[in-house]
Design a protein around this ligand. Structure first.
Ligand code: NAD
Length: 510
């Protein structure tokens, strides 16, 4: 097996069906007639393999195949659909190491995080299998004699899933496993820079469908650019678009979907803060902040971008954090000792450098980091910035890189106000040992984010809860709790089993 650049690390790719050149569209078969793109390894800037992307015609064929597959898929009882998802979970278990490695190679996150993403998909499969025997409607008391009032949940049909580069497996997994047990079929458009991962995932899924004599187009894939994403958002045949990505693109997707009265799940950008109260356990703060500021090289939607620190502990937190940052091992994400890998693209480096420049212009002090690392690939130094007002434009912007702004506050109330003053509303954490602070933080005047943590970092959510954020983060919820409802339509059904025709509200129409 040969790849675009020979590398001893690439041999495992053949276990996932990845070749030197790959077709990037799958419905009932693998195809693709669009332009050929190269997947680049962020760790060295070199191409791994080529992918022939899909055109709008390829997309059209994929949607039709996905709609046709629904006719078969929707007839399977939900627990039988759950059985297929159980098999998908097992197939992912078999490929966890290789798929995790591919995530690491193509996206750039360290290997434990790459494997962690696959584990997240496995976990949500297990969850969905249980759900397939549990999701339930209601029987509601009817005010009319001889009448039954029921709530029925049915699949939506074909849906669209558009994903971001930074979680090339898990985000699809969250949507895919739930949508499958709910009875939907789906077209997936993955991020333009992580096509190999989506091809490998789809190969794993298609084998499960084929082994069960089901059409693989239940889960179709189109590797394509924004024109395919735009077509999906405007396509009335896709009743739901689940979109994960930046707020700017998400706004456009939301408008296109709304224009046709479609339904959307929007999982957009965050600007997540950790609040450090004066009574916080500072060892826990530093360990947690290190993981959520530097982990994934600051490229999680839930990465910590602001630390709002009580003035009494500010100096201590700053010096401990600087010490911890100086010990972070930056390097090849596939090497076991690495804690921080590269950024995903050259463009991400430019965003990082321009944020540092802007911070400096506004009077920010670079306490550590602030530079590109001089080696192949897209490496930067994790950075701490102080001395900026909490409402500086750059502090309010999501820069998708390992930059954190350390801000000072005088009270818990002020800290919460600073937490809430940004447009985004994804994740938030408070470190405190005071019970009153905890309940203030969780209550109506507390954090306005979708994820509200205490004494843990802003990143690293479990699949059992609903995941998503408020305000410019889009309001979507995925994964656990009652997120499944979004992949189904609800019918309120009134059945008259009497020989009378009483009207509601006692209205007489005789
Ligand atoms: P992006 O917005 O650039 O791209 C996301 C997806 O949208 C890609 O597949 C892209 O090809 C597609 N796209 C681009 N233009 C489109 C259009 N006009 N219509 C439809 N689709 C289009 O985001 P990215 O750089 O891949 O990811 C980083 C962003 O994603 C960050 O803002 C991050 O916070 C966010 N994110 C959010 C969550 C969450 O759960 N809230 C999770 C992961 C990432």
């Amino acid at each position: 097996m040969s790849f675009l650049v020979e590398d001893k690390n690439y041999a495992f790719l053949s276990n996932l069906g990845i070749e030197k050149q790959n077709l990037g569209v799958y419905h009932t078969k693998w195809t693709g007639s669009g332009k050929t793109i190269k997947s680049i390894c962020p760790a060295n800037g070199k191409p791994i393999a080529e992918v022939v992307t899909g055109t709008l015609d390829d997309y059209e064929t994929a949607v039709k195949a996905t709609q046709a597959a629904w006719q078969i898929w929707a007839d399977l009882p939900a627990p039988k659909r759950g059985e297929i998802v159980r098999q998908i979970g097992n197939a992912l278990r078999d490929h966890k190491t290789d798929l995790g490695k591919l995530v690491s190679l193509e996206m750039g996150k360290i290997l434990p995080e790459g494997e962690g993403e696959v584990q997240e998909y496995i976990d949500i499969c297990d969850y969905a299998v249980g759900l397939s025997r549990m999701f339930e409607g209601k029987v509601i008391p009817s005010e009319r004699p001889g009448h039954a009032l029921l709530e029925m949940w049915n699949p939506l049909g074909a849906i669209g899933i558009i994903t971001a580069f930074n979680f090339p497996v898990a985000v699809y997994g969250w949507n895919n496993a739930l949508a499958l047990v709910c009875g939907d079929t789906m077209v997936w458009k993955s991020a333009g820079t992580t096509p190999l991962t989506s091809i490998a995932v789809t190969k794993i899924l298609s084998k499960v469908f084929e082994a069960n004599n089901l059409p693989g187009s239940v889960c179709s894939l189109v590797c394509g650019d924004s024109t395919v994403g735009e077509a999906m958002a405007k396509d009335d045949r896709l009743r739901l678009i689940s979109f994960t990505g930046s707020t700017n693109v998400g706004r456009r997707v939301a408008l296109n979907v709304q224009e046709r009265f479609g339904r959307s799940i929007l999982e957009l950008g965050g600007n997540n803060a950790i609040i450090v109260c004066e009574n916080a356990d500072l060892n826990m703060v530093v360990q947690s902040a290190l993981f959520s500021c530097v982990g994934t090289a600051g490229q999680r939607c839930t990465s910590t971008r602001r630390i709002i620190c009580h003035e009494k502990v500010y100096d201590q937190v700053l010096s401990s954090l600087k010490k911890a940052y100086s010990q972070v091992r930056i390097g090849d994400p596939l090497e076991p000792q690495t804690l921080c890998g590269p950024l995903h693209t050259e463009n991400a480096i430019n965003e990082y450098l321009s944020a540092i420049e802007e911070a400096k212009k506004l009077g920010g002090v670079i306490e550590c980091g602030g530079k590109r690392i001089n080696r192949d690939g897209y490496y930067v130094e994790p950075t701490i910035v102080t001395n900026l007002p909490h409402n500086s434009p750059i502090v309010h912007k999501e820069t998708f890189a390992p930059i954190v702004y350390l801000l000072k506050c005088k009270s818990v109330d002020e800290a919460i106000q600073i937490n809430n003053e940004v447009d985004q509303g994804l994740s938030s954490s408070m470190f405190t040992t005071n019970l009153g602070d905890v309940f203030k933080w969780l209550g109506p005047k507390g954090s306005d984010c979708g994820i509200v943590n205490v004494n843990i970092p802003t990143s690293g959510a479990e699949i059992g809860g609903a995941f998503g954020g408020e305000k410019h983060t889009g309001g979507g919820r995925e994964s656990g709790s009652d997120s499944w409802k979004q992949y189904m339509r609800r019918s309120t059904c009134t059945i008259n089993y009497s020989k009378e025709l009483p009207l509601a509200q006692g209205i007489k129409f005789e």
